[in-house]
Design a protein around this ligand. Sequence first.
Ligand SMILES: C=CC1=C(C)c2cc3[nH]c(cc4nc(cc5[nH]c(cc1n2)c(C)c5CCC(=O)O)C(CCC(=O)O)=C4C)c(C)c3C=C
Ligand SMILES: [Fe+2]
Ligand SMILES: [Fe+2]
Length: 387
Amino acid sequence: MSRVGVLLLNLGGPEQLEDVRPFLYNLFSDPEILRLPVQGLQKAFAWFISTLRASTSQENYRRIGGGSPLRRITEAQAKALQDDLKSKGQEAKIYIGMRYWHPFTDDAIANIKKDGIEELIILPLYPQFSISTSGSSFRLLEKLWTDDPDLQNIKYSVIPSWYDHPGYIASMSNLLKEELDQFENPDDVTVFFSAHGVPKSYVEEDGDPYQKEIESSTKLIMQTLQRPNPSVLAYQSRVGPKEWLQPYTDEVIVEIAEQGVKRMVVVPISFISEHIETLQEIDMEYRELALESGVEEFRRVPAPNIEPTFISALSNLVLNALAKPALDFSQVMHPAKQVKIYPQEQRAWGMTRAAERWNGRVAMVGFIGLIVELVSGHGPLHLIGLL
Ligand SMILES: C=CC1=C(C)c2cc3[nH]c(cc4nc(cc5[nH]c(cc1n2)c(C)c5CCC(=O)O)C(CCC(=O)O)=C4C)c(C)c3C=C
Ligand SMILES: [Fe+2]
Ligand SMILES: [Fe+2]
């Protein structure tokens, strides 16, 4: 029997307040997250935005205890998945590869090599595919595979997305049912699906299947729930001046409250672990907004974390992938055929003379802007919504 490994992919999160700025720098350095019209300025913009956004973001992390719980929860999921696979007769070692913070994806790959893994299943901890999440991690892995001859010996298979997996849908609808049953009249409650947003251009111009997959998940959850509750879907966590997927969560909360909704339960649909967007944005910001707008009872469905049906769904995904023909990066990065993955690796980031010169100039402009913005509390980034 070959030595099997499972690589879990996630975004990563700062573990303490000092990590926030470098974490944001890594995030905005990724052209899959921040798409700039001009080549060569990515690092300078990442430095500029991360420096300016750090204090607001730190304040949010401070409100949830001083750091993201994402690493701790992902480690618990890894352990639970290993045990569940074992109980189904499959020995496997589980690795965690985060995109923007520790444990980083390339460290996970180094451990996979060191442990002599022969067969690897790559499982993104995002049920729905987006260019900005799974797509970004797949592109990074594809580059690691292209650059490292040792990796050619590992037989790998990628799970592109699992938004319609029956075990995931069952787990989400059970968690929703349990939360609805906390209300006095469960059938009167509005079910509010809130998904992490992405810029609208990702879906409309670049063919990101994210919105379709989110919509399918919500429909399947409601069908499985078999309750008469009204439901809505909206998108949260918008960053920057561009239009993101609509409608926006904060606007819909106010609208439904004006229409007379008094009881609502929020389902954080694109998140499978508690993190800043559930603990701070939904539990604090949106709760406050809803109550101010006239909603009387506001509850949230917990993220699945290590809920047994959910972990069992993950292990079934792994077992199916082991049994089926392998899928490689080129097959999963273009699921909707026209999906465009930003050609980051074809660019000489910061390596050309011109790019270095422009990086320096932009950093200088950024530095002056930073001083003005920090002193006055006003500036272009507050204006366009990046801070
Ligand atoms: C399905 C999940 C996610 C999508 C899609 C996504 C897209 C996306 N995110 C940003 C900007 C930020 N994301 C941040 C943190 C963050 N985002 C996700 C998930 C998705 N992002 C997670 C799991 C986390 C980590 C949370 C934690 O607990 O630490 C942040 C940092 C936090 C903050 O300052 O608000 C930013 C910024 C963009 C621009 C984007 C699509 C292009
Ligand atoms: Fe995000
Ligand atoms: Fe946010």
